[in-house]
Write a protein that binds this ligand. Structure first.
Ligand code: SF4
Length: 635
């Protein structure tokens, strides 16, 4: 048989199967009808029915969808928050964050304050039926709806246009929107609307792996590192999506986005030889459990780093194995819509989130951790001294004045320093909060005003603190090792504010907002705010402790040396040549480079259990009793 015959004899018969079969385990969506206006049908001579959709319908539907997702949540998302409050295994910090997120949902359901100050990039993923007739300018009319929602509501404009490679300007409309148009058979017009925040989008990653990762051990190790590397800057608890395979990198990442929005929940749950996409329920559960054991929790320690997980397995080229991961954050903002001959329908989101608030008081959440009140109007040095008594993860209630400044304001302050002008007094006198408000509704002190990702300001910390600026910083997410070092060197603190609760922070804790400096920067200006019982947690203290350290990649590469005792242990294991967990006279003599006499004397003095050797506890005792040894250890 020739090689041509071999190749063709081996081919399987042609069979078409949809790659993404969303109906295999269809989960029903509850819709509300918006209108029937602008919808009509007509018949073709062939007897096929066409659905005619007026352009205004697309504009109105998009406007309503964006307004809804900015203020309302899916019932399932709220139920998950409510479940955290009822779980006795949840940490008190988990429960506190969950309660704040539920309160936030109640405030934003009033449809004035958006649930988060980052009102995101508007995304519309459209599937237009082949028998649907529009005027063809769908993208333009969808954009008009986005414009209306952002310009009329108290939403923030986040889109910046590149004027040249390095010059950018805010478009002041939140346009452009991302609009993806696909076609499908039939006469239905389907859309998935998403408002995706920057911090949340930044957690999306693509890794080009190989088949080497496709076995239980390697995959578990890989996924554990991947999940803990996501960090908390995108306001957990997350809905996590992991996609393994894909016919291209872009297909993988689009699947991540759709899976994180629960759009692919109806997929089959097993693979087949045609290569269909499927959900791997077993790995979804394994990853959820694994995340609980990490201990990161809902931002400040505990069990609820993730609400849930979607794992989708896709076919792939044999020489390429893309793996994509992404999250939907605490601003879990998406809604499905459909236009049929019956009318225009939008997914029903929860308008009464209060019903998910269990019968629980803040006092009952306080078990396991006192709330420390901090008066920010006291002198900075006094507050630094006060804070230094509390360990990381301590819950605080801040009252007083805070300065709000973010990226551009920090860059400008750096310029002032570089040009010899020095830092403004306000950044030395008060704590700095990394945030930027959404628009302020009439009659209210502030628009939605939640924290932004602090990591972007890491580069300024050492320099500013050397001038006694930014001594107390407030933001969300983890910081780099350099920030921990700077705080240790200069006596500073980094406090974590809860991400994803911007509406409630503004409604409850922010009493006054005024522009203080750099007004020309708009949302990025320097603001002065007055807060009352503003919730925060000690994340980095002035002693070199970082709450997030054990989950950071940097830490994984470094030996742990958190305390004198950790160092002692490392030192002990270095001396224990035969690795029997005990040090004999020879090991002490060689390791510490002392005479045999001295080594014997030490063993005699500290060998509490009289077995002729020093174990690790005895070694610690020996070090504690001897300043000389401590010095030797550190040298
Ligand atoms: S909840 Fe956090 S990550 Fe999500 S959009 Fe708001 S600030 Fe960004």
């Amino acid at each position: 048989m020739s090689s041509w015959q071999v190749r063709h004899a081996a081919a399987a018969p042609f069979k078409y199967e949809e790659l993404f079969d969303l109906h295999a385990n269809e989960v029903p969506t509850e819709y509300r009808k918006l209108s029937s206006d602008g919808i009509s049908t007509c018949m073709l001579p062939s007897g096929e029915k066409l659905l005619k959709v007026e352009a205004q319908v697309l504009e109105d539907l998009t406007h309503q969808a964006i307004v809804d997702v900015q203020h309302l949540f899916r019932p399932a998302h709220l139920q998950m928050l409510s479940n955290i409050l009822k779980d006795p295994e949840a940490s008190s910090n988990d429960r506190f964050v969950a309660l704040e997120l539920l309160k936030n949902a109640c405030v934003s359901a009033g449809k004035v304050m958006p649930s988060c100050q980052d009102t995101g990039t508007a995304i519309a993923m459209v599937k237009r039926g082949t028998h649907v007739l529009t005027d063809g300018r769908d993208e333009e009319f969808i954009s008009r709806g986005v414009y209306k929602a952002y310009s009329e509501g108290y939403l923030r404009y986040s889109q910046v246009a590149p004027l040249s490679m390095f010059e950018e300007a805010n478009t002041k409309t939140n346009l452009p929107a991302q609009i993806d148009m696909l076609s499908q058979h039939g006469n239905t017009y389907d859309v998935l609307y998403i408002a995706k925040g920057g911090g949340s989008a930044n957690k999306t990653q693509l890794l080009q792996k190989t088949k080497g990762v496709l076995n239980d051990k390697a995959f578990t190790d890989f996924v554990t590192e991947l999940v803990q590397g996501i960090g908390t800057a995108a306001c957990p608890p997350y809905h996590l999506a992991l996609v393994v395979g894909g016919l291209s990198a872009e297909q993988n990442l689009k699947t991540v986005k759709l899976a994180s929005c629960k759009y692919l929940d109806g997929l089959p749950t097993s693979g087949n030889k045609l290569g269909r996409a499927f959900r791997d329920l077993e790995w979804e559960e394994k990853i959820r459990k694994l995340s609980q054991e990490l201990g990161i929790g809902a931002q400040f320690g505990g069990k609820y780093f993730l609400h849930d997980v979607r794992v989708v397995r896709l076919p792939r080229h044999g020489a390429s194995c893309p793996v994509g991961v992404g999250v939907s954050c605490s601003a879990d903002r998406q809604a499905k819509a459909k236009i049929t001959e019956e009318g225009v329908f939008l997914e029903k989101l929860e308008t009464d989130p209060a019903k998910y608030m269990p019968d629980i008081t803040e006092q009952s959440l306080e078990k396991g951790g006192d709330i420390v009140k901090v008066d920010l109007n006291k002198p900075m040095e006094e507050n630094l001294k006060y804070l230094s008594q509390f360990p990381v993860a301590t819950r605080l209630a801040l009252t007083g004045t805070i300065i709000v400044a973010r990226d551009i304001a920090h860059a400008k302050m750096q310029d002032m320093l570089d040009s010899g002008k020095g830092l403004p007094e306000y950044i030395k006198q008060y704590p700095v909060y990394y945030a930027g408000p959404a628009k302020t509704p009439a009659g209210m002190p502030s628009g939605s005003f939640g924290p932004t990702t602090s990591g972007r300001m890491d580069q300024y910390v050492d320099t500013f603190q050397a001038q006694r600026g930014s001594m107390i910083m407030i933001g969300k997410g983890n910081r780099s090792k350099d920030v921990t070092k700077a705080c240790q060197k200069h006596g500073g603190f980094y406090l974590g504010s809860i991400g994803g609760v911007a509406a409630t922070l503004s409604a409850k804790s922010i009493k006054k907002v005024e522009v203080l400096d750099m007004e020309e920067l708009g949302m990025e200006a320097v603001w002065k705010i007055e807060v009352e019982d503003f919730p925060a947690f000690v994340v980095v203290d002035n002693k070199g402790n970082d709450f997030f350290k054990k989950w950071s990649k940097e830490a994984a590469k470094e030996p742990e040396a958190d305390s004198f005792f950790d160092e002692a242990k490392n030192f002990f294991h270095g001396l224990d040549k035969d690795q029997n967990g005990k040090l004999d006279v020879n090991e002490i003599m060689g390791g510490l480079q002392i005479t045999k006499d001295k080594a014997e004397k030490l063993v005699k003095q500290f060998d509490v259990d009289k077995d002729g050797m020093i174990d690790v506890k005895e070694f610690e005792l020996m070090l504690l009793k001897s300043d000389a040894f401590k010095e030797q250890l550190h040298s």
